[in-house]
Write a protein that binds this ligand. Structure first.
Ligand SMILES: [Zn+2]
Length: 116
């Protein structure tokens, strides 16, 4: 399933970042999901919750998925926007530069204080 691969990717990405930074817990993961990525954010959230269930690093982690509007851009440079129709400048077809990707934009972690 598409969504389970995405949830797994988010988990793996956040886990790698957390381990690299010596985190004791992952508090929040913010994700931008392109409106044309064809995923169901609720499904990703649900699968993510199941995946991290036995991982103490992810106890109570909030997965915050925001949907971002697609960005279309025309090669003539006239047009950039979220409308996937004909460019008003040259009549060409704008191409999508954003809208299908799923990106982790931030990952808040808890790091054990070494002075304590
Ligand atoms: Zn154009």
């Amino acid at each position: 399933m598409h969504e389970s691969g995405i949830a797994w990717d988010l988990y793996a990405t956040a886990r790698r970042a957390a381990v690299e930074h010596g985190a004791t817990r992952v508090l929040r993961i913010a994700v931008d999901c392109g409106a044309l990525a064809m995923v169901n954010p609720e499904q990703v959230q649900f699968l993510f919750t199941i995946m991290v269930e036995d991982d103490p690093l992810f106890e109570g982690t909030v997965l915050d998925i925001s949907t971002v509007d697609p960005v279309m851009s025309c090669s003539c440079g006239h047009y950039q926007g979220d409308d996937p129709f004909v460019c008003p400048g040259c009549g060409g077809l704008p191409v999508m530069v954003k809208g299908r990707e799923i990106v982790v934009t931030s990952c808040e972690i808890d790091i054990e204080n070494e002075n304590e």
